[in-house]
Design a protein around this ligand. Sequence first.
Ligand SMILES: Cc1cc2nc3c(=O)[nH]c(=O)nc-3n(C[C@H](O)[C@H](O)[C@H](O)COP(=O)(O)OP(=O)(O)OC[C@H]3O[C@@H](n4cnc5c(N)ncnc54)[C@H](O)[C@@H]3O)c2cc1C
Length: 482
Amino acid sequence: MTDFFDLVIIGGGASGLAAALAASQQDDSLRILVLEAQEQPGRKILASGNGRCNLSHFDLSVDDYCGQDRNFVQFLLRRLSTEELLGFWERLGVLTVVDTEGRVYPLSNQAATILNALSEALSRAGVELRTESPVIRLKSEGGHWTVTLLSGHMIKGRKVVLATGGLASPQLGGSRSGYLLAAKLNLPVTAVYPSLTPLVLAEPALSQQLKGTRFRGVAVLKNLTAEADGEGRALKSTQGEFLITDYGLSGIAAMELADEVAIRCEIPADEGPELPIRRAKLRPLAKWYPLRPDEQLVLDLNLVPDLSAQEVKASLWQRLSSLPAENKYQLLTGILPLPLAEYLGRELIAGKIGTGFNSSAGENRQVNNEPNSSSAIHNRVAETDGTANSSDEYLVAAASAVLNLWRLRISGVRGYEQAQISLGGLYTSALNPRTMEVRSRPGLYIAGEVLDVTGATGGYNLHFAFASGIIAGESAATALRK
Ligand SMILES: Cc1cc2nc3c(=O)[nH]c(=O)nc-3n(C[C@H](O)[C@H](O)[C@H](O)COP(=O)(O)OP(=O)(O)OC[C@H]3O[C@@H](n4cnc5c(N)ncnc54)[C@H](O)[C@@H]3O)c2cc1C
């Protein structure tokens, strides 16, 4: 038996559900079907924003997205702004709130509010949802589309929206399915990488001793490969909170740098499941991907971005004056979280860090984090009797230098299971940005993360998923009326 629908939507995530609702709002007489591979739709919506769903950002800009086509993103953001998206939610009875950083959440602070609102509205509109219905083939024939399920069942649709999402978080339904369906239709797909995922560091002692420690700072990711002088070429910078883990660095600020690291890592092209599958059946994926052997990346951290050099030094002198000689490793405890302060203090005194600064100039130019057991600091501090002397001056200068520039070596990124988004996807140049329809495949619309559009953290990805879904759904419904 073959079912026939006006509009078939492949994928019941943020973009697919928004597309279905927008189409039904455009024309409530349409027969619309959503096919979802998993047992329930919208699992990433529920997981988003730590269960709070950061659904948009108040200050959307094309600069907060990457992908090969800036104009496409610019066009889409103009077409469906934050205000318009918030209007969409208000009409569903969902109120929203904006935090001090501009991130938009449901007023209830619960992601379930968003999924419930969508599900209820879809059911009221008579949109049919079929779960556990993975699509394995998509074919255009005789002016309509034939969609084949894994079960062999075939469904025909006059129009189709492909909204399968990307490969990030396979435990929540991420897969390569959308890329494979598109590739079979000769639509070009870029290389895909895990993004918004933690960084792996080549600093085992740090990870072991400080896992669980949070700190704030400004980070500059640098490529040392390109530069001979050791200063490196800055690739990207972030600021905010970092979390030291047993493998490296997590936290939003670290994860925002992952895209530039991931594209320099060794990642198998066929990584990840071909279809969304249950967690129990998930083939174990690599926990992390190492940098290619020819790549050398470091993270330069400024741990005191809001303090001037004078303020830092004054605070260090103040602290030093109250410390007995044997406790000088606690020099940084007034400035940094305790475990990190003591760790860096011990490393400084042992001469393992802060050995390359120019003490006569009083300012750091380049801090060498390589171990140096015969360090001048170690010898000079060992000589001290607790009163201010040249070794204290050296220690304060070295400490202040490390606070301004603490260099960590990067060895790779964590894998897809920890990634919030995939970088890359279908080339958007294949689509008409006004409608999200594939230029060479009339009647096929594509929306959401399966496309080569990747946003920063802060609600940009869900905004893109919802906005592109709404545009695709409205356009398909409009075309069906003609
Ligand atoms: C842990 C986590 C937290 C996040 N937090 C935020 C946040 O706070 N703010 C933000 O902006 N973004 C966040 N994101 C990113 C955001 O969730 C995604 O960008 C967004 O969900 C993408 O929507 P989508 O509809 O394109 O894909 P998805 O939401 O992934 O939906 C795709 C759906 O299609 C189904 N599917 C796939 N292939 C098939 C097939 N062949 N047949 C049938 N069904 C199929 C999948 O099972 C899935 O349900 C987060 C992501 C994760 C993983």
